[in-house]
Design a protein around this ligand. Structure first.
Ligand SMILES: Cc1cc2nc3c(=O)[nH]c(=O)nc-3n(C[C@H](O)[C@H](O)[C@H](O)COP(=O)(O)O)c2cc1C
Length: 338
């Protein structure tokens, strides 16, 4: 048992309460495998919304298989939930959820490893029961206490409390973690993970102090040696970002945070005059990540990009981050004058 085991690590069967959360629409098989192998929980991301959904499902499946080949530890899949005006789940989400369930059904070894499904954006409604019945742990990312309570009432096993400083799609409530996390931890009884702004053991110790059971990082894990699938310019843009160089614009599922560049500037201008097609936004995100054009492509990243100054090796970083958090907690406890 590690010094940082708690009800969350015991629930999902990992050593440290450190999660690499979904980074769609990009490939995260290598990062996910590295994080899981290091004792955290890695996550395979949703590979975008191609017109041919069966192609999307095949791509997702290949990323799942790639991860399963690289580690024998548990890992997760993240699927943002699209919903229509009546709250009905959209076909792309349906296809991906069923794709994950089918992959597990057809492979006994995979069923034991792919044990967590994280949903985000819209609420998955009836799919909660389907996920549960399949034997998966269901994590759901929320941006408000109301959403956290709703998720718990629907049977969700773990809530991710998402703060507005996070990279990628951020909560419409625009609540930041420092206020949101304790609001949520005192309102639900299921484990809660802080997501947004964490980058080291200090962030993990702080999350635990706020009542959370762990942290889910995005931006930090992008800038890693194991991330061989993203264009190096994307990693470089995060390394170079300083405070104030991030901005929130309208993404595909509400507000979305990325770096200030020509793409985010022109997106904000277009918003003022009617907005931009969702497909174009996804293409712009993919441009930066695949071609390395970090000026004309959107570079999704959190405010924490301002403090990321080195490329990490995930295999070393995850245990070090956990050890740092333990050290801080012990030091704080020891330094109290009673
Ligand atoms: C490039 C990028 C892509 C993301 N894509 C997704 C996604 O597909 N689904 C999702 O739930 N969250 C997504 N997120 C949010 C992350 O899962 C995570 O919650 C967030 O990055 C945490 O904040 P941090 O960036 O400050 O660590 C994305 C974040 C980034 C930076």
């Amino acid at each position: 048992m590690s010094a940082l085991s708690n009800r969350y690590t015991e629930l999902v069967g990992i050593d440290y309460p450190i999660v690499q959360e979904g980074l769609g629409p990009f490939t995260t098989a290598k990062i996910a495998a590295a994080v899981s192998q290091a004792g955290g929980l890695g996550t395979i991301s949703m590979p975008g919304m191609p017109e041919d959904l069966s192609q999307g499902v095949r791509t997702l499946r290949s990323h799942i298989e790639q991860c399963a080949e690289a580690t024998d530890k548990p890992f997760a899949v993240n699927l943002p939930v699209g919903v229509d005006h009546d709250g009905r789940v959209l076909p792309f989400t349906d296809a991906y959820i069923r794709g994950v369930l089918e992959a597990r059904d057809s492979d006994d070894a995979l069923r034991k490893q792919l044990t967590v499904l994280t949903t985000s954006a819209g609420f998955p409604g009836d799919y909660c029961a389907m996920i549960k019945d399949a034997g998966l742990f269901h994590q759901h990312k929320v941006g408000s206490t109301r959403q956290a309570r709703k998720a718990e009432a629907a049977g969700v096993d773990v809530v991710l409390a998402a703060g507005f400083e996070m990279g990628g799609h951020a909560p419409a409530s625009r609540m930041h973690t420092y206020v949101l996390v304790p609001n949520i931890t005192e309102s639900v009884s299921v484990p809660v993970l802080l997501t947004g702004g964490a980058r080291d053991g200090r962030g993990l110790a702080a999350a635990l102090a706020l009542g959370a059971d762990g942290v889910a990082l995005g931006t930090r894990f992008i800038v890693s040696e194991e991330n061989e699938d993203w264009h190096p310019h994307y990693l470089q843009a995060i390394l170079e970002a300083t405070e104030g160089e991030d901005v929130a614009f309208n993404g595909v599922y509400g507000p979305c945070r990325g770096l200030r560049n020509e793409a985010s500037r022109s997106l904000l201008e277009s918003e003022a005059s009617g907005g931009v097609d969702e497909g174009e936004k996804i293409q712009s995100m993919q441009r930066a990540q695949s071609t390395g054009d970090t000026e004309n492509g959107l570079v999704l990243a959190g405010q924490v990009a301002s403090s990321i100054n080195e490329v990490i090796r995930i295999s070393e970083f995850v245990p070090q981050m956990a050890a740092e958090a333990v050290g801080i907690i012990e030091q704080l406890a020891g330094s109290l004058r009673k």
